[in-house]
Ligand binder design. Structure first.
Ligand SMILES: NC(=O)c1ccc[n+]([C@@H]2O[C@H](COP(=O)([O-])OP(=O)(O)OC[C@H]3O[C@@H](n4cnc5c(N)ncnc54)[C@H](O)[C@@H]3O)[C@@H](O)[C@H]2O)c1
Length: 305
């Protein structure tokens, strides 16, 4: 699958324990929260880190920074061109972490969290050699994506970003809350794109975080509370997870997934949520949690005779 498959990946060593020391990596959302944590880890692991954010980035050791509003397609093209030097420079790993909570305006949520992420990714891919990897942040709010695959595959067929954004806005009444839909689209994009990228030796995966303590936490909580059943869900939610995650507890799984040691992991959606969703799937959590997340167990069909 790749020229850095497990068989030929270097064994962990004191000098380069995660295989990042010779890698150029791009992190979006680098200024804050999980993106900042990812940058700090990657700098410590010896990677050449390129940070991208709408805000200024101030992290020691980051090699290159770019200010970018991911909802601006023209600016995204200019920044991605600058990062890859119009094809002259490679990118070994991409960490798509930038995003806004559900308190934002629906069109902005969809434009940044999905359309901007997809455009940025597609423009970086041509600079990624075999053995490279992409990891995006979704959310536990994306848990319903398997129930919306048919609709979301129609979305993925819309290449033009402005048209895709219109498609998303038009389909919100069927699909649900804008933030949840934006993250479902990231999940289905990951699963779908994994197949074509496999052919060129690039992996793509996704981490779906549960509640994580970051500067955006308050807005995430406010958005969840505003959903149908959200207030009751939040009341029962902390009991399930025990505590909020630290930003680094979302960054490390991404670092692993983009490392050579995850060489056969492709198209995977990893829930980093202390068991929130697995508890839902196995009917162990308070029904208010499943209701607040819009998730309900599929109806069992009668066995055919
Ligand atoms: N915190 C949580 O509980 C939680 C849970 C699930 C998923 N997430 C997701 O995790 C990711 C990181 O969130 P966080 O909690 O670290 O929040 P954060 O606000 O600390 O970090 C998000 C970063 O994205 C940047 N950003 C926002 N809009 C942008 C734009 N238009 N263009 C470029 N950069 C932009 C922000 O400036 C910020 O630096 C987001 O995608 C978020 O949706 C967060």
């Amino acid at each position: 699958m790749s020229d850095r498959s497990p068989a030929d990946a270097p064994l962990p060593s004191g000098d380069d324990p995660w295989g990042y020391s010779d890698r150029r990596v791009v992190v979006t959302g680098a200024a804050s929260g999980m993106g900042k944590a990812a940058c700090e880890i990657l700098v410590a692991l010896g990677a050449e880190v390129v940070g991208v954010d709408i805000q200024p980035i101030d992290i020691e050791g980051v090699a290159e920074t770019h200010r970018l509003d991911l909802s601006d397609t023209t600016a995204t093209d200019a920044v991605t061109d600058a990062i890859i030097d119009s094809g002259g420079r490679r990118v070994d790993a991409l960490f798509n972490i930038a995003g806004i909570p559900g308190t934002g305006e629906p069109r902005a949520i969809l434009a940044i969290n999905f359309c901007g992420l997809r455009r940025f990714t597609e423009r970086i891919i041509p600079a990624m050699p075999p053995g490279s990897a992409i990891c995006s942040i979704g959310s536990t709010a994306a848990v319903n994506w398997p129930f919306h695959v048919d609709e979301l595959l129609d979305l993925l067929a819309v290449d033009d970003d402005a048209a895709a954004l219109d498609w998303l806005v038009d389909h919100l009444p069927q699909l649900g809350y804008p933030y949840d839909v934006s993250k479902e689209a990231v999940n289905v994009y990951t699963a779908w794109r994994a197949i074509s990228l496999n052919a060129v030796g690039i992996r793509i995966n996704c981490v779906n975080p549960g509640g994580t303590y970051t500067p955006a936490s308050r807005d995430f909580a406010k958005a969840v509370k505003s959903k149908d059943g959200g207030a009751e869900m939040i009341e029962h939610w902390p009991k399930l997870m025990g505590r909020m995650a630290r930003p680094s507890e979302q960054a490390w799984p991404m670092v692993f997934l983009n490392s050579p040691y995850a060489g056969f992991v492709n198209g995977a959606v990893l829930f980093a949520d202390a068991g929130l969703t697995s508890g839902m799937f196995t009917r162990q959590h308070h029904p208010a949690v499943a209701a607040g997340m819009f998730w309900s167990p599929p109806v069992r069909s009668e066995p055919s005779r």
